[in-house]
Design a protein around this ligand. Structure first.
Ligand code: URA
Ligand code: CA
Length: 437
């Protein structure tokens, strides 16, 4: 086999075989296939696309290298969730304990944040003592004991994806549905869960800006799951405004605690997406046969406090201080709190979610590059939703600030990212679609 022939085959929009895709991934990981050939290949995939069969074969070839978590000695169906990346998305910290409180086995590996999006591991590490770097053995022990554990991705999880992503990043080949789908699914498969609920975001703060693209990515990932024997459901949810009102690590843990304490209202985007994800996680776990049954189990776990208790147990098992459950304010104490005030009266007609995420990053809540340190306490709290009516001079958002070196930039960016107009905008849906096999 020669790489150049495979590039030409893909360029002519022919379907590659599993053996050919394995040859490409193996050759690239080992260094036998040079970056320039792999770059050409990735670019042809951007233009020619891939069938579901090819995408599934690419995914499995990628998942074949590096660590594979074997969770088979945890009895029952192990369920995971994944979000394609959003702002104010603290759903893992709510859904994972809620599902465990209903008897589910939630074994989840999560990532760190980069750019405008946050990462679950950074949020958990805002809790004093919390250790996200557990061995696979200990991870399994915790899931067996309490039904839930969230740890960081192991260093050697799908090295093929790390190497391919780094090349995609500098060759303009990130934005391809088969490449995104195989990147995400290879990591989910290596992480070991039997069933996966995927939250594909669409809107100004998402990878997939249109609902059609989001649906296509969702369908591709569900199809890969089917072909490789993992049960998947994908939901398509809105990212034209941050999911929660809090953006920042400690602030998002606080909002998750509030949600699990029953303080977030039904109809709120965070409430609805947390319940939707949990609902499908329970059904994939075989603990409910339909939406209504799942939702009533979840209501019980939420309003009895069982979900919150589960979060406290998980924090304790992973070395963290569970005092945050009773006093989440301790996670977001900063030197200053500064309000951004509305320049005029009107309706919030649009939000640039990426801009809002970047404003929080400028305050120190996120990373511009991988090596940046984050400040767990800082961030911002929005006081309005899309469509909200504001009066001139009232507070649009409160910024939690420790280091004011980039405060001016953060304020200006936040102000530009919250658009005020005379007419109320049309209502945006929270959930666009649910895709299952
Ligand atoms: N997230 C991933 O993990 N991979 C991609 O390619 C894009 C988003
Ligand atoms: Ca994320």
């Amino acid at each position: 086999m020669r790489m150049v022939d495979l590039i030409l085959k893909k360029k002519n929009s022919q379907e590659l075989t599993g053996v050919e895709l394995e040859y490409i991934v193996k050759g690239f990981v080992s260094g036998e296939i040079p970056d320039y050939q792999m770059s050409a290949f990735l670019m042809t995939v951007c233009f020619s696309g891939m069938t579901y069969k090819e995408t599934a074969a690419l995914t499995m070839a990628m998942a074949d290298f590096g660590d594979r978590a074997d969770l088979s000695d945890i009895p029952g169906i192990k369920v995971d969730k994944h979000s394609t990346g959003g702002v104010g998305d603290t759903t893992t910290l709510v859904a994972a304990p809620l599902v465990a409180a209903c008897g589910g086995k939630v074994a989840k590996m999560s990532g760190r944040g980069l750019g405008h999006t946050g990462g679950t591991i950074d949020k958990l590490e805002s809790i004093y003592g919390f250790n996200a770097e557990q061995s696979i053995e200990r991870f399994k022990q915790i899931v067996n004991k309490i039904g839930v554990s969230v740890i960081g991705q192991t260093a050697n999880l799908v090295p093929a994806d790390k190497k391919m992503y780094a090349l995609r990043d500098v060759t303009g080949t990130v934005n391809s549905i088969p490449l995104i789908a195989s990147s995400i699914m290879s990591k989910k498969i290596a992480a070991g869960a039997d069933a996966i609920v995927l939250d594909v975001k669409t809107g100004s703060g998402a990878f997939m800006q249109t609902v059609d693209d989001a649906r296509s990515l969702a369908q591709t990932m569900v199809e890969i799951g089917e072909q490789v024997g993992r049960r998947c459901v994908a939901v398509i949810t809105d990212m034209n405004q941050p999911l929660g009102l809090n953006i920042g690590n400690g602030l998002e843990v606080k909002e998750a605690v509030e949600m699990l304490s029953g303080q977030v209202m039904r109809g709120d985007p965070l409430f609805e997406v947390c319940m939707l994800l949990s609902c499908h996680m329970l059904q994939l776990s075989g603990l409910a046969n339909d939406d209504d049954t799942a939702l009533s189990l979840l209501d019980e776990a939420l309003y009895s406090g069982a979900g919150l208790k589960k979060l406290a147990e998980m924090i304790e098992e992973q070395g963290g201080d569970p005092a945050v459950i009773k006093n989440p304010e301790m996670l977001c104490r900063t030197r200053e709190k500064i309000d951004l005030r509305a320049a005029k009266s009107g309706y919030i007609k649009g939000m640039d979610v990426q801009g809002i995420g970047m404003a929080a990053m400028l305050l120190g809540a996120g990373r511009e590059k991988k090596s940046d340190r984050i400040d767990p306490a800082v961030g911002l709290v929005l006081h309005h939703r899309l469509g909200g009516l504001v009066s001139a001079g009232s507070s649009l958002a409160t910024l939690y600030v420790n280091d004011d070196s980039r405060l001016k930039d953060a304020m200006a960016l936040l102000e530009d990212s919250i658009m005020i107009g005379d007419a109320a905008p049309g209502k945006t849906p929270i959930v666009y679609d649910v895709i299952k096999k």
